[in-house]
Design a protein around this ligand. Sequence first.
Ligand SMILES: Cc1cc2nc3c(=O)[nH]c(=O)nc-3n(C[C@H](O)[C@H](O)[C@H](O)COP(=O)(O)O)c2cc1C
Length: 337
Amino acid sequence: MSISASDIPNVSALQAIGDRRSIRYFDPERKLEDWKLQTILQAGRLASCQGNINATEAIVVDKDTCDLWDEVEECVSGFNVQIINQSSHLVFWLTNINAWYGRANDGLSTLAMSGALTKFHGWNYEFSMTQTIPRLMSFPTERTEGLLRFESGQAVGSATVAASALGVGSILIAFGRKPGGIEKAFGLPPNLKLTWGHALGYPLEDGKAGGQRVRLKFEKLFHKDEYGTPFMPDPAVDAALREVGMIQEQAPTPGRFEEIDALASKFSRDPGVVSWPEREINRLINDDDWDFGPNIKARAQQLIDEGGLPDYPEEMKETFRKLMEERGLDVKKYLGE
Ligand SMILES: Cc1cc2nc3c(=O)[nH]c(=O)nc-3n(C[C@H](O)[C@H](O)[C@H](O)COP(=O)(O)O)c2cc1C
């Protein structure tokens, strides 16, 4: 189908960020149009990358046309199997570790020719060739890999927001069941690393997926001038961001659990969600780090009132304690002691 600019939804970036959810129920009958896939990939391609080395690549997979689907399915973590099978396409985001070694020189040259790297900031050809580029190229692969995976994260973040702007559902998907399995299935050379799988399609659940998912409080995440001094958000800014659609009603919005059960019934799957023990819910809901609004607090209360919650697996407590202590974490806080 040919596409013209007037067919493309004109959604603001802030609205698209606000609308984005990880979508877990896709309409298996609906395929994404090629132009939408292309737009999503463009968002990844246009994301910023170090030295313009373009380390992020992707394989777009349609289960109806890809001969490797069975092998792909074997690699995905169990809780993702339904998701990928309902999705329209999978994108495997790859990080090319060699991009750094091969393209640092040319990437910087493109930036200079584009008028991005200038003498104003101290760029100098001889210094670049004798110092900067050889130093970058001498980084061990493990260091390069960390840097470039971050770059792929940037690309995927942009792609996800572009999908949201187009009304396309997306979710990142762990392929941890068979480490190295995707690289093997596609016969990728060792320099091409699978960074993440990304399922795309039209949401079968409401596009808002029951509301924006709770996060830690702004001021618990962001610091002002020094670590530990909270960067306090201005309520007037929050209110304005709500108005432009970036901050939205928090999950779970009314009807969410009925929606989940209706979807389960449609596909003969188990209804309901997983719940944690009462003591754990009480501990969490009183944790001041989290930005709990009225919807999730009411849900917590409803779960406690309804009862029938599981017991804490006391035999696991020591394992959790050990894992937390090894990292110097506040065991009291997380284990509620
Ligand atoms: C790198 C990454 C990997 C993820 N992997 C999975 C996954 O394998 N399965 C899944 O159901 N959700 C996965 N998610 C989705 C998160 O659980 C999701 O971001 C979280 O539920 C918050 O919801 P939101 O994205 O709707 O705000 C992943 C998210 C990220 C960023």
